[in-house]
Design a protein around this ligand. Structure first.
Ligand code: NAP
Ligand code: HSE
Length: 381
């Protein structure tokens, strides 16, 4: 059978990893896909840097339109990141009849409804395993493996940069800024690392997971987002003394009146498995009514772990390339006309436990004052 032709939008950390893995494991991948996967063209800004990686094997261009309009390309892989021009290019690729594989969670969390609608109109696949939790096949597990279940909640460490920072601060007492720089050098962080440390990247991923888990459209703007920038070494040390570890968690939960969708630092008892997921590792817990609790863990960022997910999508799309569109797995797990408008709850309507660290003068009656103020607000400590 003739090879499937692939065009890359971006050849950075993830794009480079995809090229390397496809080259190294070409034979095995072809045996699985049933056809050879051939990278034909890649769009970048810095041609010389890209050519150092791929030599003369791949046509390099600075014009991304040349990829999405390329007559021979079957699948466009969007690994350039950001909202624009990624959104326009993905829509153009779909308009031109090309399937899309993307690692871009920001794009899907904000523009996913529009992109999936265009893909449905054209009978095309948009695959995005790499968009959530790097190399962990969590999209596949949630969308296909757990399809019998009513999902009750999903909670996970889904930002490798933050988990790496928190681990290094705790283990080695390193300063926040130094560890962030190391995460950037290792290729874990987003182009704008505030997306990582302010919890935005985790909220993008959680938005996608919640849509697949509960059958609702993507609604990033409704997520509650709090990052790790307000945490101090003191918080980490105190947590440890109390028998907890601080992790940035994304939590999506079915409640009586809607869905909780929140990202914030969380104290987890050290005896729990997920509290011991360290460094760039991610872990996602999914509670389904039939299966019970399931846990998925692995590397959440970096070139080859992420490429592992992108290439898996390439193989999936290749296998389904000639299938009737009605036989494609729905983008968000539920049939598009079966998505519901279950509301996302504002954080003020979420009842949960909080950790408060207060600085107070050491004088008689201070704690009584604090507890009185909290009691007046119906808060128990
Ligand atoms: P990256 O290293 O910055 O690579 C981006 C690539 O896109 C580079 O080759 C860059 O070209 C190219 N590019 C960007 N804007 C362009 C434009 N306007 N025209 C042409 N080329 C352009 O980013 P990355 O870490 O690979 O991330 C890519 C995507 O994967 C993002 O959506 C990210 O969120 C997602 N992701 C990343 C990871 C990870 O561990 N890094 C994991 C999962 C998902 P130049 O190099 O020439 O500038
Ligand atoms: N910046 C992201 C992270 C990349 O650190 O998790 C993987 O999505």
């Amino acid at each position: 059978m003739k090879p499937i032709k692939v065009g890359l939008l971006g050849l950075g950390t993830v794009g480079g990893g995809v090229f390397t893995v496809l080259q190294r494991n070409q034979e095995e991948i072809t045996r699985r896909a049933g056809r050879n996967l051939e990278v034909v063209v890649a769009a970048v800004r810095d041609v010389a840097k890209a050519q150092q990686l791929v030599g003369q094997q791949v046509e390099i261009t600075t014009d991304p339109q040349a990829v999405v309009n390329h007559p021979e390309i079957d699948i466009v892989v969007e690994v350039m990141g950001g909202y624009e021009p990624a959104r326009t290019l993905v829509l153009q690729a779909l308009e031109n009849g090309k399937h899309v594989v993307t690692a871009n969670k920001a794009l899907l969390a904000v523009h996913g409804n529009e992109i999936f609608a265009k893909a449905r109109e054209k009978g095309l696949m948009v695959a995005f395993e790499a968009a959530v939790a790097g190399g962990i096949p969590i999209i596949k597990a949630l969308r296909e493996g757990l399809t019998a279940n009513r999902v009750e909640w999903i909670a996970g460490i889904i930002n490798g940069t933050c988990n790496y920072i928190l681990s290094e601060m705790r283990d080695k007492g390193l300063a926040f800024g130094d560890v962030l720089q190391a995460a950037q050098a290792l290729g874990y962080a987003e182009a704008d690392p505030t997306f990582d440390i302010e919890g935005i990247d985790a909220a993008h991923k959680l938005t996608i997971l919640a849509s697949i888990g509960f059958g609702v459209p993507v609604q990033f703007d409704k997520a509650y987002v709090e990052g790790i920038t307000q945490l101090t070494q003191q918080d980490i040390t105190y947590a440890e003394q109390l028998g907890y570890r601080i992790k940035l968690l994304g939590i999506a939960k079915r409640a009586a009146t809607g869905i909780e969708l929140r990202v914030h630092p969380t104290l987890i008892p050290t005896k729990q498995l997920i509290a011991n997921v360290e460094g760039v590792m991610n872990a996602v817990l999914v509670k389904g009514d039939a299966v019970g609790l399931t846990l998925y863990s692995g590397r959440g960022a970096g070139a080859e772990p992420t490429a592992s997910a992108v290439v898996a999508d390439l193989v999936d799309v290749t296998r389904m390339h000639t299938a009737d569109p009605e036989n494609h797995v729905p983008h968000l797990a539920f049939q598009a006309d079966q998505l519901t408008d279950m509301p996302i709850l504002p954080v003020a309507e979420v009842t949960t436990s909080y950790y408060l660290r207060l600085a107070a003068f050491d004088k008689p009656g201070v704690l009584a004052d604090v507890t009185r103020i909290l009691a007046d607000q119906q808060i128990s400590i």
